[in-house]
Design a protein around this ligand. Structure first.
Ligand code: RFL
Ligand code: PHB
Length: 390
């Protein structure tokens, strides 16, 4: 097979790029390791910045997001038994975020690709990029006993943190920057009414908690847990009890509980691979960078990569101009690092760090008091949360 752009990974990054390129008449084939059902079974992000929402509209995938997603003009920070509102709209001069689940967004992208006859190959085993540094790179994958080859101009590595593309780059050609945190998030999805119309990020001496949602009948909650905990350690009852303890009493009193329909633990990690290009392969999304979910930046950073990559590909194929491709890594990384800084800061501000000294705890408390008392500090938080310009 032959195509212009060979994409590895059918998560939001790969699908969005595939759709945008196809709309412009740029051929592409996407290889996904798992089935569509498996990909849609992963419960992940919930908050989209407005730039991402615009990109979904440009990809002609915004109709259901606009109809069913909720625009949130603010969120709460709970601490010391009270909650303070961060007025995103007021602080940013009119910006907000869209609460719409990654699962739904991915479903919309799959449906749009299917409607256009997009070439998406699921259950592609042993995907490998070859001859990446030549003008004739190609991909192979296995289907049963057959090895299938796809020749292309460019390879896109959009295969997430555990994918094959970043690992195909020689170690001396890529720098990895990483911080792992000494805790994870235990997440629960339940068919219950969200406890608050806007998200609540809670700092508590027992650990961080987050009240989020997917709709007015579907709630998503998280609590900080030690890395040694497993899902089996947490019955639904134990989860709800712990969550209540970490919320202000008036919030806890209104919490509607019910059976979990999904429960998982995600470790928290900050990670960046530099550069995001090797030869004719470009990395995008979680394949190149991971953030702890506290600032809701992960999926949004992936979207900004796709924005730069899409425009670079357009310039190449439509105008014969390679400046965008040549500057992709540098441009994408500049924004990625700002997302890293913000996610690290918000994580550090709101979580309990078991190894912290009394001095560290005092500084953390002071950081929060300063934030909540300073319009300028809040404006900086809001500007980052709604998403810096592409
Ligand atoms: P994905 O979604 O991991 O998709 C990569 C795809 O590649 C496939 N793959 C392969 N395919 C072929 N061959 C191989 N060898 C392959 N290896 C892997 C995989 O099966 C998969 O389908 O990466 P992508 O597309 O870059 O998207 C990134 C986002 O998924 C991620 O950044 C967000 O989910 C992060 N995140 C959040 N981001 C936000 O912007 N806002 C949020 O509110 C938010 N909340 C979260 C989050 C992530 C979480 N977890 C579980 C890590 C909450 C959580 C709990
Ligand atoms: C979510 O709803 O899954 C979610 C929301 C905000 C975050 C992280 C996750 O910061």
């Amino acid at each position: 097979m032959k195509t212009q752009v060979g994409i590895i990974g059918g998560g939001p990054s790969g699908l969005l790029l595939s759709q945008l390129l196809d709309l412009q008449g740029i051929n592409n084939i996407l290889l996904e390791k798992h089935s569509r059902e498996y990909v849609l079974g992963r419960i992940r992000a919930g908050v989209l910045e407005h730039g991402f929402a615009d990109l979904m509209r440009e990809a002609k995938c915004g109709a259901r997001m606009d109809a069913e997603g909720e625009i949130h003009d603010g969120f709460f920070i709970a601490h010391d038994g009270v909650k303070d509102r961060v007025d995103l709209k007021g602080l940013t001069g009119g910006n907000s975020v869209v609460v719409y689940g990654q699962t739904e967004l991915t479903r919309d992208l799959y449906d749009a690709r299917a409607a256009m006859g997009g070439n998406i190959i699921h259950n592609a085993e042993d995907v490998k990029p070859h001859d990446i540094t030549t003008d004739a790179p190609y991909l192979t994958y296995r289907n049963g006993d057959d090895i299938i080859r796809i020749d292309c101009d460019y390879i896109i590595g959009a295969d997430g943190f555990h994918g094959v593309s970043r690992k195909s780059i020689p170690k001396d050609k890529i720098a990895l920057y990483e911080r792992v945190y000494p805790f994870g998030w235990l997440g629960v999805l339940s068919r219950t009414k969200p406890v608050s119309p806007e998200l609540i990020y809670a700092k508590h001496e027992r650990g961080f908690a987050l009240c989020s949602m997917r709709s007015q009948t579907l709630s998503r909650y998280y609590i900080q847990v030690p890395l040694t905990d497993t899902v089996e350690d947490w019955s639904d009852e134990a989860f709800w009890e712990e969550l209540k303890q970490r919320l202000p009493a008036e919030v806890a009193a209104n919490l509607e509980t019910g059976p979990s329909i999904e429960k998982s633990i995600a470790p928290l990690r900050s990670f960046v691979a530099e550069p995001m290009r090797y030869g004719n392969m470009f990395l995008a999304g979680d394949a190149a960078h991971i953030v702890p979910p506290t600032g809701a930046r992960g999926l949004n950073s992936a979207a900004s990569d796709i924005y730069y990559l899409y425009h670079a590909m357009l310039d190449h194929y439509k105008n014969g101009d390679d400046t965008g491709l040549e500057t992709y890594s540098q441009k994408a990384l500049a924004r990625v690092w700002k997302g890293q800084r913000f996610s690290w800061w918000m994580t550090t501000l709101l979580h309990r760090f078991p190894e912290n000294s009394g001095f560290d705890d005092k500084l953390q408390q002071t950081d929060l008091e300063y934030l909540l008392s300073s319009e300028k500090a809040l404006a900086s938080l809001a500007e980052n949360y709604v998403g810096l310009p592409f």
